[in-house]
Design a protein around this ligand. Structure first.
Ligand SMILES: NC(=O)C1=CN([C@@H]2O[C@H](COP(=O)(O)OP(=O)(O)OC[C@H]3O[C@@H](n4cnc5c(N)ncnc54)[C@H](OP(=O)(O)O)[C@@H]3O)[C@@H](O)[C@H]2O)C=CC1
Ligand SMILES: CC(C)CCC[C@@H](C)[C@H]1CC[C@H]2C3=CC=C4C[C@@H](O)CC[C@]4(C)[C@H]3CC[C@]12C
Length: 421
């Protein structure tokens, strides 16, 4: 075993599991200027009755929504030929959840402050649930996997690595896709709902004199709405679904880290309202909305080229340049895919990630005036996450397409920023 493999499989997983699980809990104290003590850590980590009830109701809502008869999205087939199915009701879920929960918070504004106050208990309960769920996914993957042996439900012999990375690719729970349930429904919507809760709590405590909290809320709403539009056109072809397994990284990450860390600046605003000027707020809103629209457009250009029956497509007013990339699938069959080499995919190989980074910066940029370090945490985390993802994706594409990927790289030499990197 090389040193890299040793660190990757035996050191990183336990260190990350301990670090992130603890950090998620501790940040709920730091985010509201509360000192960290061992007794409060133990108390909050177990949750309280109200927190468990809220969590249970929310899980039920998310689960039942996936059971509503609707059109389905068919994900890429596994080597066994199994085609995972996903409910195509993301936009309806977005508006219905916003109407029900938003209405609830607006009619009983005191609930927002109550939820803000019990945030540490809420994350304690969610983290316990998420960890237990990951243990169940590990046991299920090892003892009674749903996926056929040729789909490669991968156990490595290193238990902690299997727990961290996951075993199965597209497992189900109560008849619905675990990844859809956890990432796109629980995680993304919890991100928006908590942003709403913290927004109401900030306004209640400090009034609307801090326009930046409005711009932060609008940006998150736009981002999540965009996600639900993208869910039915591209998300189920993404790295999270086709490559990453259902383990701690993705599942605990989406149940706890995504709603907790991604809303941390908004949580922080309740105790430390940012003092950014209305002009700066407007600037962040315009820049962030533009970058969100750009990520949508870039994802859409790929969807357009790949879903079009002919190659007669125009991008940015010119005929699209497309590489017909041959590859051999996991069953050994020859296939052809389309790599777009013009439009935004001709400017840089991951221009969507560049736009994503701009969005990330505008999410918390206003908080730089709040006088705490909290708003500075999200951008570096996301930039590292995206860079790590970029290299993993390039490795995957190079292995899959070989010389065709190299051809694409020679036509589009930049990864993120044209003429720079
Ligand atoms: N906010 C956040 O934390 C994050 C957000 N995101 C967002 O999630 C979405 C999905 O991201 P992700 O799956 O990582 O990445 P992409 O949407 O960039 O998809 C990458 C895949 O697209 C295909 N591809 C690569 N180059 C081309 C090309 N030139 N033409 C056509 N197809 C190409 C390859 O798959 P194939 O095998 O099909 O050819 C590649 O694996 C994006 O909108 C991204 O911005 C992503 C990461 C983090
Ligand atoms: C070590 C862990 C705690 C790291 C956890 C990472 C996860 C929180 C994130 C991993 C992949 C992320 C996402 C991928 C693609 C997305 C599409 C985008 O349009 C919305 C956001 C997201 C779902 C994003 C969310 C965080 C991750 C799941």
């Amino acid at each position: 075993m090389s040193l890299y493999e040793f660190v990757h499989t035996k050191i990183v997983p336990p260190v990350f599991v301990i670090f992130f699980t603890l950090a998620a809990q501790l940040l709920t104290f730091t985010g509201r200027n509360e000192p960290i003590t061992l007794s409060s850590l133990l108390k909050y980590s177990l949750g309280n009755t109200q927190a468990w009830i809220i969590l249970f109701m929310y899980i039920l809502w998310v689960l039942l929504f996936l059971k509503i008869p609707s059109k389905t999205i068919t994900g890429p087939a596994l080597p066994s030929g199994f085609e995972p199915k996903y409910a195509a009701n993301g936009v309806l879920f977005f508006w219905s959840t916003l109407a029900v929960f938003g209405g609830m918070f607006l009619s009983r504004p005191d609930w927002a402050l109550a939820i803000y106050t019990m945030t540490p208990e809420l994350f304690g309960a969610t983290s316990i649930t998420a960890l237990l769920f990951c243990v169940w996914l590990l046991l299920k993957g090892k003892l009674f996997p749903e996926e056929a042996p040729e789909d490669g439900a991968a156990t490595t012999g290193t238990l902690i690595f299997d727990f961290y990375r996951g075993v199965e690719l597209v497992p189900t729970f109560c008849g619905v896709s675990v990844k859809q349930l956890v990432i796109s429904r629980f995680g993304c919507m919890a991100w928006l709902l908590l942003s709403l809760v913290y927004f109401i709590a900030t306004v209640q405590l400090h009034g609307l004199s801090y326009p930046i909290v409005v711009s932060a809320l609008i940006l998150v709403m736009l981002y999540i709405l965009k996600f639900y539009h993208y869910e039915s056109t591209g998300y189920y072809d993404s790295l999270d679904i086709c490559f990453d397994r259902a383990g701690y990284y993705l599942i605990w990450g989406s149940l706890v880290w995504m709603p907790g860390f991604f809303t941390l600046h908004a949580y922080n605003y309740v105790a430390n309202p940012p003092r950014a000027s209305p002009l700066f707020s407007l600037f962040c809103l315009i820049l962030g909305s533009g970058a969100i629209a750009l990520t949508y457009r870039i994802d859409y250009e790929k969807y357009l080229v790949r879903s079009s029956p002919s190659l007669n497509i125009s991008l940015h007013g010119k005929p699209a340049e497309v590489i017909l990339a041959e590859y051999t699938d996991q069953k050994g069959e020859k296939r052809t895919s389309r790599l777009v080499a013009s439009g935004f995919w001709g400017m840089a190989r991951h221009f969507n990630y560049t736009a994503e980074m701009v969005v990330d910066i505008t999410f918390s940029a206003p908080g730089y005036s709040s006088g705490t370090i909290i708003p500075f945490l999200l951008p570096p985390f996301l930039i590292i996450l995206i860079l790590h993802r970029l290299y993993r994706d390039e490795r995957k594409c190079k292995e899959k397409y070989g010389k065709y990927w190299e051809l694409y790289c020679s036509k589009v030499p930049y990864r993120l920023i044209p003429w720079v990197f």
